[in-house]
Design a protein around this ligand. Structure first.
Ligand SMILES: [Fe+2]
Length: 309
């Protein structure tokens, strides 16, 4: 009996310690560096800062200061893959956080958390397969200032890629973008083909989407994207060391929950990967305020250095 009690005590202590650590780790903001050989031969490197899933509330002053500090990386381009909000009053704090980054060319798409403020959910729901998880977002009206946020970003010079195409001259290259609104809440619609396209097309084609659902990745690859940039998964958020992500919160496989991979097959630089696009999935910088925990999955932004193939 005493042994049982001691074992239960040890298990409870281990659980409490893990939870306390996961709370600390949720604020251990990190910059990841990833090299992507995707540019035409002879092109100079292009530095792309990928920010995603800030899930910002007005009281998160450390996160705001960290996002502001990312401007010191002096990227050639910023890509924001959505889920910026975690509070109805986060618009001004978001503009404070992102303000220094808008000094650089940028593009963005929205995630479900740019339309709907977060609600407390049963944490056990997180471990259900996405097909069995209730989609609460679509049953209520959007309550976040999505349009005002998009206007503030576009006024600052960033391009809104919600179901849209765009072009930018970045670092001497013609970069063509195709973006999708969030597949997680069925807002993704592939934009019409580029009527103005001539010749060989842009030097680089980037696909941008919040949630990396299979249908969205297939659509972007089918559209000719050289690389796809996405967020949403939080990299699994609670990972098991040595095992990785347990969930992706969408129908993407767990093996590609975060980091650089190929889509649909191996990485383009691996044997057999010539038919694939690059896929970068950010593990994100935030969490829902109702589950402020991360385990073996530090919050991050990524500096993607695009180099010649
Ligand atoms: Fe998110």
């Amino acid at each position: 009996m005493a042994d049982l009690r001691r074992a239960a005590g040890v298990a409870a202590l281990a659980g409490a310690t893990t939870l306390a650590w996961a709370r600390v780790e949720a604020e251990a903001f990190t910059v990841r560096h990833v090299r992507v050989p995707v540019l035409p031969r002879g092109a100079d490197p292009l530095r792309v800062l990928h920010v995603s899933d800030l899930h910002l509330t007005p009281s998160q002053h450390r996160k705001i200061a960290w996002v502001r500090s990312l401007a010191e990386l002096e990227p050639d381009l910023v890509v924001d893959t959505g889920d910026n909000f975690a509070h109805v009053d986060a618009l001004e704090p978001l503009m404070v956080a992102l303000g220094p980054l808008t000094a650089f060319p940028g593009v963005f798409v929205m995630g479900s958390n740019d339309y709907f403020s977060p609600r407390a959910k049963n944490p056990a729901r997180y471990l259900l397969p996405s097909s069995r998880r209730p989609q609460t977002s679509v049953t209520r009206e959007p309550d976040l200032p999505t349009e005002a946020f998009a206007r503030r970003l576009t006024d600052a010079g960033w391009l809104d890629l919600g179901n849209a195409r765009a072009h930018l001259a970045v670092g001497g290259l013609d970069v063509g973008f195709v973006g999708l609104d969030d597949p997680h809440i069925d807002r993704d619609r592939m934009p019409a083909a580029d009527a103005a396209a001539t010749g060989d097309g842009p030097d680089l084609r980037l696909g941008v989407v919040h949630a990396p659902y299979v249908r969205a990745l297939d659509a972007l690859t089918g559209d000719g994207a050289d690389a796809i940039i996405a967020g949403h998964t939080h990299g699994g958020q609670l990972c098991v060391p040595g095992l990785g992500a347990l969930v992706t919160n969408c129908d993407l496989d767990r093996g590609r929950a975060s980091g650089l991979h190929g889509w649909p097959g191996p990485r383009p630089d691996e044997f057999g990967g010539h038919a694939s696009s690059w896929l970068h999935v950010s593990n994100g910088a935030g969490t829902s305020p109702y589950t402020p925990f991360r385990l073996a999955c530090r919050p991050s932004a990524t500096l993607l250095t695009l180099v010649a193939r």
